[in-house]
Ligand binder design. Structure first.
Ligand code: ZN
Length: 245
């Protein structure tokens, strides 16, 4: 089979043997890809001295049916250098990469989700506010991957939501006062924060002019963390660095 070239964001890397690397990538064309880059750490070669987590490549690979794909060449096209100079931006970028790894699988391309991840890394690289970038990414991920919770009316009975409904990913979204007690794990979240989540998911707000007040930010972070916990079975490892100020 001839080599295929895909646009790929490097999610994780593992050293292999002395000079090789195994990479996990989110690709635009093929979903998640795992591949062996033989001799990647040699200073001269097809991998420019080694792959880097968080960089974007034009990646040439030979798909194999028995085990890891074989990576034959990687040309870096974007590296987000300013992210590496800021701890807050770096933690946020790791969160984007972790969700990219957790929410995608092999052979199931999600090009819009790929574009959302790259767009978020570009914004972090430009110094955009971390919470806003992540909230927009997380909300888009929910919508694009088909996980969007009901946040406009009660997910249990369709009733109008109170000012502070219970957010229950387990029951599919926000719950009214009558339905809330069904899920002891639900968290109270303001209806305003949930409306913000819905608008962010639709991409309806220009992020450059968006300000989110501290209470809404705390509610959104709590809602997203509970959502990912419910979906993934644990909070993302990098979420603990993301508490809003
Ligand atoms: Zn209800």
């Amino acid at each position: 089979m001839p080599a295929t070239t895909v646009r790929a964001l490097c999610l994780a890397l593992y050293d292999y043997a002395n000079t090789s690397q195994i990479g996990v990538f989110l690709t635009r064309e093929m979903g998640q890809v795992r591949g062996l880059a033989k001799g990647a750490l040699r200073p001269t070669g097809s991998f420019e001295g080694g792959l880097e987590v968080g960089a974007v490549y034009d990646l040439s690979l030979l798909p194999r049916t028995d085990g890891l794909d074989l990576l034959t060449r990687a040309r870096m096209v974007e590296a987000f250098p300013a992210v590496r100079g800021s701890e807050a931006a770096l933690n946020a970028a790791f969160f984007v990469l972790e969700l990219g790894a957790q929410l995608t699988v092999e052979h199931d391309p999600q090009p819009e989700f790929f574009d959302a991840a790259i767009g978020s890394l570009r914004l972090l690289d430009k110094g955009a506010p971390r919470d806003i970038v992540l909230f927009a990414f997380e909300a888009s991920a929910m919508r694009l991957l088909g996980f969007m919770p009901a946040v406009e009316s009660c997910a249990g009975c369709g009733a109008v939501l109170p000012v502070r409904p219970a957010f229950s990913p387990r029951y599919g979204g926000a719950l009214c006062a009558a339905c809330g007690p069904r899920d002891p794990g639900a968290k109270p979240v303001s209806a305003g924060a949930l409306r913000m989540l819905a608008r962010l998911a639709e991409g309806a707000i220009p992020l450059s002019s968006l300000a989110i007040d501290a209470r809404v930010a705390r509610d959104l972070r709590a809602a997203f963390n509970l959502f990912w916990l419910n979906l993934l079975g644990r909070e993302p490892r990098s979420a603990r660095f993301l508490d809003p100020a």
